[in-house]
Design a protein around this ligand. Structure first.
Ligand code: MN
Ligand code: MN
Length: 469
């Protein structure tokens, strides 16, 4: 018999000419896989302590200070190795480490978002109906509303009182805290509801959060359950009903991040779009202490509602930050920004074996095939996207391959089947080369999203490689 190890001409040709993606579970060494698993332990902690944009900023500042980041000062002339942090209204944050190269050679920017789909309280939320107390809500971002019923919810956010004092709310996370929920109809009586479209299965105005049921003990008062609940809220937070008008209270799933699968290969948790990229980009920022290029990490708010608003990337806060930085270093702003490069760190949808029809198998991302590089997002004929140039894709490809980062390309579903966008277009509009790089996700925008630990680790490697290059 012939030697089995000898390759045929076709095999050799195939190796040379055709692409052969490999599952990271096979491509990575045992040691690397262990490292990835370990990396994700801290990631899960971050998810649990940063369920809202404000909490993500707080956690980021805490971790950054431990790594020598100081509060940004507009007038200071920074030198190589200096690290500082700029906070925009407590909801977005920019971390910067000065490089040895002149600022005019451009910045390296990793930009992720720290807001996630959720259910916000309205400004007059509290009411009583049928002797139960409830909160009216208005959902935030793209959600399938039916997924948010009958699950434990926690309440996070801030209340600004009449005297402008700020009260921080975080209830439902501690094991001893009470939780809340949006109720749904029992199947026995859902004959009519079941005939609705899935989109209307539960309607926006039906997302009412149950918060209490016991009345204030007084025979004469009306709305005694509402009164009793307001009394308890007042005792806990020292606020009155009118204070809800100047509040941002967000209902989020109360469960914690967990290992998923018998092999513990995945992370199941709320808010991984896009805290999986925010966390990996943050860790890269903390790790990269002496870069050549000045490294900027932007963790932004408002992506899920279209990036509008002064804490979103369709506003000028990043531009102004770079402008001020350029000015303090005597560098020309337009040169600095035009020579900059950015990885728009956001998730993409992974192939779901239960719903393969929405994906085009040759061009979609898969769990465990590494970080996803997405050339364009958008909808229809690439509308609402920044389609990265072949040159910039080539640049990123060369970079990742050179450092052994496992990566794949991805497209957000089949042509014309839907679509979506990221912050990439707003960064591109500043005349910066940008491309989407992130982690593939299953059940994106659901209260419980799924990612692969190896992909998470590869995202971290990608962001770090970009900074260290
Ligand atoms: Mn996202
Ligand atoms: Mn999203």
């Amino acid at each position: 018999m012939e030697n089995e190890t000898k390759k045929t001409e076709a095999e050799l040709m195939k190796e040379k000419l055709l692409s052969a993606p490999k599952n990271a579970g096979l491509a990575l060494s045992e040691e690397k896989i262990k490292k990835a698993d370990k990396f994700c332990e801290k990631y899960k902690e971050f998810l649990d302590s940063a369920k809202t944009e404000r909490e993500a900023v707080k956690e980021t500042v805490k971790l950054a200070k431990e790594c020598g980041f100081e509060k940004y000062s507009k007038d200071k002339k920074y030198k190589a190795g200096d690290r500082f942090i700029y906070i925009n209204r407590g909801k977005s944050v920019i971390l910067c480490t000065m490089g040895t190269d002149p600022l005019e050679s451009g910045l390296r920017i990793n930009a992720a978002h720290i807001d996630s789909p959720r259910v916000d309280l309205k400004q007059h939320p509290l009411y009583e109906d049928s002797e139960l107390a409830l909160f009216k809500t208005h959902y935030y971002g793209g959600i399938k509303k039916y997924q948010w019923t009958a699950i434990p919810l926690a309440l996070h956010g801030v209340v600004i009182k009449g005297n402008r004092d700020k009260v921080i709310v975080n209830i439902g996370e501690d094991e001893n805290d009470p939780i809340f929920c949006i109720t749904d109809l029992l199947p026995h009586l859902a004959t009519n509801q079941m005939k609705r479209n899935l989109a209307d299965g539960v309607k926006g105005e039906e997302l009412n959060i149950l918060i209490g049921s016991r009345p204030f003990r007084d025979d004469k008062a009306s709305e005694r359950v509402k009164l009793n609940i307001m009394k308890l809220i007042n005792e806990k937070y020292d606020i009155v009903e009118d204070d809800f008008m100047s509040a941002e209270l967000e209902a989020v799933p109360a469960f914690k991040a967990r290992d998923l699968g018998f092999d513990r290969s995945m992370v199941g948790a709320y808010g991984q779009d896009d805290r999986v990229c925010a966390y990996t980009a943050l860790r890269a920022a903390l790790k990269c202490e002496a870069p050549k290029k000045t490294c900027v990490t932007v963790l932004t708010d408002k992506e899920e509602t279209g990036s509008d608003g002064n804490t979103g990337l369709n506003s000028s806060y990043l531009k102004y930050f770079i402008y001020d930085l350029a000015k303090s270093q005597n560098a020309e702003f337009t040169t600095v920004i035009s020579n900059s490069e950015c990885l728009s760190a956001d998730v993409n949808s992974a192939l779901d074996p239960t719903f393969p029809d929405v994906m085009e198998a040759r061009n979609c991302s898969k769990l465990n095939y590494g970080v996803v590089v997405t050339k364009f997002t958008g909808a229809r004929g690439k509308s609402g996207t920044s389609d990265a140039s072949a040159e910039f894709v080539g640049r990123v490809r060369n970079l990742l391959d050179g450092k052994g980062v496992i990566w794949q390309t991805g497209e957000l579903g089949k042509v014309d089947i839907g679509g979506g966008g990221t912050v990439a277009q707003y960064i591109a509009n500043l005349n910066i080369d940008v491309i989407d790089v992130g982690v593939p996700v299953l059940s994106m925008h659901a209260p419980f999203e799924v990612t692969s630990k190896l992909d998470i680790y590869m995202a971290y490697k990608a962001f770090l490689t970009f900074f260290e290059d």
